[in-house]
Design a protein around this ligand. Structure first.
Ligand SMILES: [Zn+2]
Length: 382
């Protein structure tokens, strides 16, 4: 075949594979610690052990085809060290866009871990935003309602006052950073969207009115559908029954809510909440979430955009990441089946390139990445 490559470019033969941009996972926590013995193991790590543990997750994530992640609450600012180490080529991992610690009211969602920062009052939240920007945050994450993993709250519990939320948005936007919110109930989401919120995480209980408002304002949704249908994952971490029950119970409303958002035209982005590389139902949590996005109503090509071009745009990387075009960064993945026909084609992912460097090629490397490198291979805390 005649070469179309400009002089000086190298050519790679992928053996007839389908090529697409590397995946984005827009809701990750490399330092996730849920209630239960699995999470206790992570909470017990010292700062140096935690950084290495997170680096291991980052490497598995990249090998699983995820070339960019958005971290939305990480412990002890280890995410900033990890981001620097990856950017410097010291460790393998995806491009990291991170919120640092998530801002939460005293006693609010996730308050009992060092991946959040308790703030109160408008001045307190303004200081919270500034403290994350000072550390190097690319975006701000705030918990505006209860959730699944909080024992003394309900998903529907509103947790920020209007003044507190307005302060977060004003400071973040003045510094050119977007804000995403962990949010369940429709009234809390409506208020936040009116105030200028850029993205909603989970959105367990949307209504047609709130979905229409989000669409009109361009507020994105990261539904994290897998998080209310992952009993096997919770079991493996010893997550207590009350939390599993709350998760399972939220599942049907969660899916309905996602479908309302689709019907209203809300921009959707892939995010797993589960560790992005986690082996789950025969694939990774990231690809399982992609299958849920498609299974509950997005056409395959639209689901692929939710995992590539749309997140790149939200992160201010349009034309640079999440696309295949001249001048864009070569973050690419390849598989043998056509992902635009069926997103499950990504289960057969066999080649990953980040920034023009091949980091996985199953044909030329007899290691089995799915089993050893993207898998849970030791008794490491999880
Ligand atoms: Zn989360």
């Amino acid at each position: 075949m005649r070469s179309l490559a400009p002089p000086g470019c190298s050519e790679l033969d992928l053996g007839g594979a389908y090529l697409m941009p590397g995946l984005f996972n827009m809701h990750t926590h490399f330092s996730l610690s849920l209630p239960g013995p699995g999470g206790d193991g992570v909470r017990g790590l010292g700062p140096h052990e935690l950084a290495l543990y997170m680096a291991s997750g980052a490497r598995r994530t990249l090998l699983g085809g995820v070339t960019s992640v958005r971290c939305v609450a990480e412990k002890d600012h280890a995410d900033f060290a990890l981001r620097s180490a990856i950017d410097a080529g010291l460790v393998a991992g995806p491009r990291i866009f991170t919120a640092g610690r998530a801002l939460v009211c005293t006693g609010g969602h996730g308050h009992d871990s060092t991946d959040t920062l308790e703030c109160d009052g408008a001045a307190g939240f303004a200081r919270g935003v500034r403290s994350q920007l000072k550390a190097g945050a690319d975006l701000i994450k705030v918990m505006i309602s209860g959730g699944i993993a909080g024992q003394y709250e309900q998903i529907s519990t509103p947790q920020l006052t209007r003044d507190e939320l307005a302060a977060v948005l004003e400071i973040a936007h003045a510094w050119g950073r977007k804000v995403t919110a962990h949010a369940g109930p429709a009234p809390a989401i409506a208020q936040a969207v009116e105030l200028g919120l850029d993205c909603v995480e989970h959105g367990y209980q949307l209504t047609p009115e709130v979905a229409a408002l989000m669409a009109a304002r361009g507020t994105h949704l990261v539904p994290t559908l897998v998080v209310t249908r992952c009993g096997e994952f919770f079991d493996s971490l010893g997550v207590p029954a009350w939390m599993q029950q709350r998760s399972l119970d939220a599942g049907p409303d969660h899916a309905r809510s996602y479908q309302l958002a689709l019907a209203a035209g809300v921009p959707i982005m892939l995010g797993s909440d589960m560790p992005p590389f986690w082996p789950f139902e025969g694939t990774t949590a990231t690809i399982r979430e992609l299958e849920h996005l498609a299974g509950f109503g997005l056409a395959p090509l639209a689901a692929l955009r939710a995992a590539t071009a749309t997140p790149a745009g939200w992160l201010g990387q349009q034309g640079r990441l999440g696309v295949i075009q001249a001048g864009a960064t070569a973050d690419l993945i390849a598989m043998d089946a056509d992902p635009t026909a069926e997103v499950s084609a990504l289960r057969g992912l066999r080649w990953v390139m980040k920034g023009g460097t091949v980091v996985r090629d199953d044909r030329h490397d007899d290691r089995h990445y799915d089993r050893h490198d993207t898998g849970q291979d030791t008794g490491a805390p999880s």
